[in-house]
Design a binder for this molecule. Structure first.
Ligand SMILES: NC(=O)c1ccc[n+]([C@@H]2O[C@H](COP(=O)([O-])OP(=O)(O)OC[C@H]3O[C@@H](n4cnc5c(N)ncnc54)[C@H](OP(=O)(O)O)[C@@H]3O)[C@@H](O)[C@H]2O)c1
Length: 505
């Protein structure tokens, strides 16, 4: 038995801690994971007793977690401290030393703080001796989990990485992207590299196009408008979560499941993502902001009228990009990425669209001569639905569907669409664990596979910076779309010829 891990949540009275981290930790505690257990100390500036902190957490937990929480609560404490105050940090250390295992226990510091506090907080943790960068100096692990956003652009991400590397070893830094904690996102690796039948098709010879959608029906969240308005759809969703999904969909096979083997392949892929020049940004990206409309029959205001949004804001709430990957495997295959708020429906999915058979024998329109049919397909004046599409549904549906064509019963040789479908809900009894539960457990165990390495973050920002740079030059002017619609029509033009259109989930 080793000592229970000590988890220090800095920013303990915030939204993330109360709504995501504490429910996840309560579930882990209830499941007895990890087996050595853990203690939690919440840190924020406001004065709170342990009891008041526990009551705050309990009040926001779903009823079915109350019994588990009551058993877990004695292992939760609160320490009022300003992260920039060395005296308060010393008091925190004394509090941790008094827990079972004292300084011999592993310590996980979770930065649930505003991004501008990430650097100064780690600086203070380091100065106070709570974390250290030298191997062997501490009796047990000292790790720091850093929330998103990690930087605002490439330069700030590099500066933050460099600051972190002056204070911590890379293996102490756990940059979190909660998308990687989703079962269906992890399954992208399992699906691709456990099933031998798909990988031979997973390349430019057989794949015509890949589209990745993160569609939200909600607008800007209450209390987050100030943050969102300085961020926008590209930085908030595409640069991180969507490029992570893209890297798992398109990366080369890793040689093992070792964290570095996987992250090496992800970073290689992100580096091969073609960084568009301003002219390409103009033709291959679309950005827009929602105006008033109806979502699920309810009238909603436009983005500029949302509480906390400046009335003249020019922030995009929708982004779509036609991207390319400069590798042998993917050369010429478009990757269409789309994210928007206040769209008609909430869903996240990856669609892999396979090429048409080289010769189309079926579905010739009635009355069309065979030669005209052949010509029309060839010059693109007649488009036909691609029969083979693999849809990897990430949320809220957790499923995999393979579409194919079958002969429609009858005297004519006409093909109709059909599908094979797998749904997690039908196949497994247990619901998927919440993303933060899995990621917190991995951070306690020291498994960094699902956390982002410094070079991965920088490779993602390199791509995002090019798009943002083109936008800053006035390329791809900001458009509008009605709330509750499928986004701006201009985004449809990112599909060429007979490539089809955006998924509607
Ligand atoms: N909320 C989410 O769902 C979500 C999702 C993804 C990522 N994130 C990221 O998670 C981080 C936290 O977000 P949040 O929404 O939880 O923020 P928040 O609600 O504003 O909470 C911030 C917390 O930091 C504490 N704090 C502020 N200054 C401090 C200081 N100098 N010393 C000690 N504590 C201090 C605040 O309490 P006091 O005022 O009492 O000090 C509060 O507990 C951000 O980086 C955000 O981007 C959040």
């Amino acid at each position: 038995m080793t000592a229970p891990t000590q988890i220090v949540i800095l920013g303990a009275s915030g939204d993330l801690t109360l709504k995501k981290l504490m429910p996840a930790l309560t579930r882990l505690a209830a499941a007895g994971r990890p087996s050595d257990g853990f203690h939690v100390i919440g840190v924020a500036r406001r004065p709170l007793t342990d009891e008041a902190f526990r009551a705050q957490i309990r009040a926001l937990l779903p009823d079915d977690l109350h019994a588990a929480f009551d058993a877990f609560a004695p292992r939760i404490g609160y320490q009022a401290a300003d992260v920039s105050d060395p005296v308060a940090m010393k008091a925190l250390e004394a509090r941790l030393d008094a827990l079972p295992g004292g300084a011999q226990a592993g310590r996980l510091f979770y930065l649930a703080l505003k991004p501008e506090l990430f650097g100064p907080t780690v600086q203070e943790l380091s100065a106070s001796g709570l974390v250290t960068m030298r191997v062997g100096e501490m009796p047990a692990f000292r790790r720091v989990v850093i929330e998103k956003p990690f930087g605002h652009d490439l330069a700030s991400a590099k500066a933050l990485n460099s600051q972190m590397h002056g204070l911590l070893r890379e293996d102490q830094i756990y940059r979190i992207d909660h998308y990687l904690g989703k079962e269906t996102v992890q399954n992208l690796l399992g699906f691709r590299f456990h099933n031998a039948i798909f990988e031979p098709l997973w390349n430019r010879h057989h794949v015509e196009l890949v589209q990745i959608t993160v569609a939200e029906d909600i607008g800007v969240e209450l209390g987050r408008a100030g943050y969102y308005d300085t961020t926008g759809a590209l930085r908030d969703m595409l640069q991180n979560h969507m490029l992570q999904v893209l890297s798992l969909v398109a990366m080369e096979p890793p040689v093992s499941l070792d964290p570095e083997a996987i992250r090496d392949q992800k970073v290689n892929l992100l580096r091969a993502l073609h960084a568009p020049d301003p002219a390409e940004v103009a033709t291959n990206s679309v950005r827009a902001r929602y105006v008033a409309g109806q979502v699920n029959g309810v009238a909603v205001p436009g983005y500029r009228a949302e509480e906390g949004v400046p009335p003249r804001s020019d922030t995009e709430t929708y982004v779509a990009i036609r991207a390319e990957i400069d590798t042998w495997r993917w050369h010429g295959v478009p990757f269409l990425l789309r994210h928007g708020k206040r769209l008609e429906k909430r869903f996240t999915e990856v669609k892999v669209q396979f090429r048409m058979p080289p010769l189309q024998l079926f579905n010739r329109p009635e009355g069309m001569a065979p030669n005209d049919f052949r010509r029309a397909l060839h010059d693109g004046s007649l488009c036909q639905i691609r029969p083979n599409v693999l849809t990897l549904s990430i949320q809220p549906r957790e499923a995999i569907t393979l579409a194919f064509g079958v002969k429609r019963p009858g005297a004519e040789m006409v093909m109709a669409p059909a599908a094979m479908a797998f749904d997690y809900r039908d196949a497994f009894d247990a619901p998927s664990a919440a993303a933060y539960e899995r990621l917190l457990l991995d951070a306690i165990r020291g498994d960094a596979t699902l956390f982002l390495r410094a070079d991965e973050i920088e490779a993602s920002w390199r791509f995002a910076d090019e798009v943002l740079g083109g936008w800053a030059q006035g390329r791809a002017p900001l458009g509008e779309y009605a709330a509750g619609s499928w986004g701006p029509e201009a985004a449809d033009d990112l599909f060429h010829g007979c490539e089809g259109g955006w998924s509607r989930g």
